[in-house]
Design a protein around this ligand. Structure first.
Ligand code: RIB
Ligand code: NA
Length: 297
């Protein structure tokens, strides 16, 4: 069983399904509203847990109704929450999500997630030490992301950094990342490049290995000094929210099977996740991933 530690955000997702996106100043009638668990850290933890990994999450929620519900959901997935702080001074993180036109728009209010500290990361050292991989994203303070990367590197544990939402990162510690998992836009932002720069050129400029996701076109990575392409799996798209998180959770779980196989399984898991509404809805079990791979060409 893979042991995974996730350092990251926990949000309640307030999801509205609409026929299209509203313009500025416009009021639209939507089709559906639901309150479902999300947050990139929590989503990646759930993705890994569903695939059979032993998962611990480092993060924070507020001492409020959302926080309690989010922790209940994560516990029900079998995730170790000993390093999830419950804060009295601030509310739980939220994401207001509109799903329309086969795409989404998201506004995240970090709240408690903005208070995930490097000290919390350090306190999780005994777990990180014996982990097969550590996953971290950027919905928590950058100093805590850096602390995670540096600690994983020092302990010799592979660190996967999903640079979302993206900002420019210093090469001093970006170079210590085992796998950076951006989409093209995020990679350009992280490296301070132009948005239209060719993604293969961007990948070559990165100071660390990159696994680049390209939506339904799958993923690109480098192995044996060659760029490799894993095509995406074609499915009926209901909601792409959390597809990247499912990819990252799966990549961490399957890393032990080699990078090519891990990327293949991560693409399959992400494809399955978009067939159901909600970031965590549709996240597959290991048997579902195997079944999709067995019937794929
Ligand atoms: O990656 C998807 C997630 O981003 C959503 O669950 C939302 O909470 C935002 O953090
Ligand atoms: Na989904």
């Amino acid at each position: 069983m893979a042991r995974i530690v996730v350092v990251g955000s926990i949000n309640m997702d307030l999801v509205t399904v609409a026929p299209r996106f509203p313009g500025a100043g416009e009021t639209l009638l939507g089709e559906r509203f639901l309150t479902v668990p999300g947050g990139k850290g929590a989503n990646q933890a759930v993705a890994a847990a569903r695939l059979g990994a032993e998962v611990a999450l480092v993060g924070a929620v507020g001492n409020d109704a959302f926080g309690a519900e989010l922790k209940r959901g994560l516990a029900a997935e079998g995730i170790d929450l000993a390093h999830v702080a419950t804060r009295d001074d601030v509310g739980s993180g939220t994401a207001s999500i509109t799903v329309a036109e086969g795409d989404n728009q998201i506004i995240v209010v970090p709240a408690a997630n903005a208070h995930v500290t490097p000290a919390q990361v350090e306190a999780a050292r005994p777990l990180i030490e014996r982990a097969d991989a550590v996953l971290v994203q950027m919905e928590i303070p950058l100093e805590s992301v850096e602390a995670t990367v540096r600690l994983g590197h020092r302990l010799g544990v592979p660190v996967i950094l999903n640079p979302a939402p993206a900002q420019r990162l210093p090469h001093a510690w970006l170079a210590l990342v085992s796998y950076l998992t951006p989409n093209q836009h995020e990679l350009a932002t992280v490296l301070g490049g132009a948005a239209d720069e060719d993604f293969r050129a961007l990948m070559e400029r990165a100071p660390c290995p990159v696994v680049l996701t390209r939506g339904d076109e799958g993923a690109w990575y480098r192995e044996h000094a060659e760029a490799q392409h894993q095509p995406g799996f074609q499915v009926t798209v209901i909601d792409t929210t959390g597809a990247g998180d499912t990819f990252n959770g799966a990549l961490a779980v399957y890393l032990r099977e080699g990078l090519a196989q891990a990327v293949r399984k991560a693409c399959a898991a992400a494809a399955l996740s978009v067939t159901q509404l909600g970031a965590q809805g549709g996240m597959p079990r290991a048997a579902d991933v195997d079944a999709l791979l067995a019937r794929a060409p």
